[in-house]
Write a protein that binds this ligand. Structure first.
Ligand SMILES: [Zn+2]
Length: 426
């Protein structure tokens, strides 16, 4: 098995020639953005970009392409990969879940809950293809011991708009839940310009704030508008679809063993030890440990914080072993976001991991797509491998804090500031 907190390889150093030099008109900076020497990693990590909407995104997989790709995977895997519709988006697009493997552990992999975070779908398609077609002993082992269920594009409407939120008005919510007629709109209702996207005439919800640990929760006007430190409301069809799938798997497998939610973060995140721009950050649920103690707000729930740390370390190890740059996601101990999907599922006993790929589509666009996809796949593969072999249970969760941390690289190319609490990212 691979151990957590291995000694850091000395192979990656920012070169003086590149570090901090603006490459293009001052909007692109290279902060240690050098290619890992002599590794299989795809090209170099793209530089830090702060200008929004400059880079194209056409390489990514859109909704129609996803449907065709899933059909193809069924064919080439000779039926090992199957898929089905598990719900419809607010604008009536299919939400698909694909399954591969027959094991009695179940791992639920989710991507693009935020519609401008597009590496996740491509990475999940690649994992499905590998598991569906590979005759390697490793793929066979995972298929035998794990059932992998992947939702590559949960926020199908937001994805088509290339924006974070879904495409749903408060009036539509009230239509579905008349008891909310006099309630204030939920706090995660976006009606302004955010991340360069104008929601004023086309509002929507941040779906990753719409989850509740009580999976039978029915929206109650007394709970609105709520805030980030409280549970969400299951008021959007996309979050309902993921909740329903989770409940179904929970019953079928007597518990969902693991949940991965793949996101993107800012484009200028660097490692705190080497200053290098990173590929993928990992994280455990933003639920304060002390709230699980007697009298704490999460005391009535399951505590999956340590198993989540173990699974996050596993993913980090896979990212690093493949030659990519992993890091701990910015996470203050008091960070408390129970309305996130990963938090709600963790409170039901599932080990949950967050991936935060560097750069969202409004900044990096498709730059670095191949590299980030491979880094993400490497992390997922290691998680599945360690789940299949049981190695994940032997990882020491207390070593989590010894993984390299995140810092924010400044536009001048200096990686100095501690990463701020990423309120509008995960
Ligand atoms: Zn996100």
């Amino acid at each position: 098995m691979r151990h957590a907190a291995r000694p850091r390889p000395a192979r990656r150093r920012a070169t003086d020639a590149l570090a901090g030099l603006p490459l293009v008109l001052g909007t692109v900076v290279a902060v240690g953005a050098t290619a890992p020497a002599a590794t299989a990693a795809a090209s170099s990590s793209p530089p830090c970009v702060t200008q929004v909407r400059d880079n194209p995104i056409t390489q990514f997989t859109d909704h129609a392409e996803l449907g065709r790709e899933l059909d193809r995977l069924v064919r080439v895997s000779e039926g090992r990969v199957t898929y089905r519709e598990v719900g419809r988006s607010n604008r009536d697009r299919e939400i698909w879940a694909a399954t591969v493997g027959t094991g009695d552990q179940v791992m639920l992999l989710n991507a693009e809950i935020h519609g401008n975070e597009k590496v996740g779908p491509d990475a999940l398609l690649r994992v499905l293809e590998w598991l569906g077609t590979s005759s390697s002993r490793e793929a066979q082992l995972i298929r035998d011991r794990v059932t992998v269920v992947a939702v590559p594009k949960l926020n199908a409407d937001g994805a088509e708009l290339d924006r974070r939120g879904n495409d749903r008005t408060w009036a539509e919510v009230v239509e579905d839940f008349p008891q909310l007629a006099t309630a204030a709109p939920a706090w995660n209702y976006i009606t302004r310009v955010q991340q360069g996207d104008d929601y004023t005439s086309r509002p929507g919800f941040d779906l990753n704030r719409d989850f509740h640990a009580d999976l039978d929760y029915v929206p109650d006007p007394a709970d609105l508008p709520g805030d980030g430190s409280q549970f969400g409301f299951f008021i959007s069809p996309e979050s309902q679809a993921l909740r329903d799938l989770y409940v179904e798997l929970d019953e079928q497998f007597d518990g969902v063993d693991g949940f991965l939610d793949i996101h993107h973060q800012g484009a200028c995140v660097a490692r705190d030890d080497t200053g290098e721009l990173i590929d993928v950050a990992v994280d455990y649920p933003p639920l304060p440990d002390w709230e699980f103690e007697e009298g704490g707000k999460y005391a009535p729930y399951e505590n999956a914080q340590d198993p989540s740390r173990q699974l996050a370390i596993s993913a980090f190890n896979g990212i690093e072993a493949a030659g990519y740059l992993g890091v701990r996601y910015g996470h203050a101990p008091e960070r408390d976001l129970p309305g996130q999907a990963r938090s709600a599922f963790a409170l039901n006993g599932t080990s949950t991991v967050l991936f935060e790929i560097r750069g969202q589509t409004q900044t990096l666009g498709q730059r670095g797509r191949e590299r980030f996809t491979r880094a993400t796949v490497a992390g997922v593969q290691q998680m599945l491998r360690d789940a299949a072999t049981g190695a994940v249970d032997r990882i020491d969760p207390s070593t989590y804090d010894s993984l390299p941390g995140s810092i924010t690289a400044t536009p001048e190319g200096r990686a100095t500031a501690l990463a701020a609490d990423p309120v509008e990212i995960d």
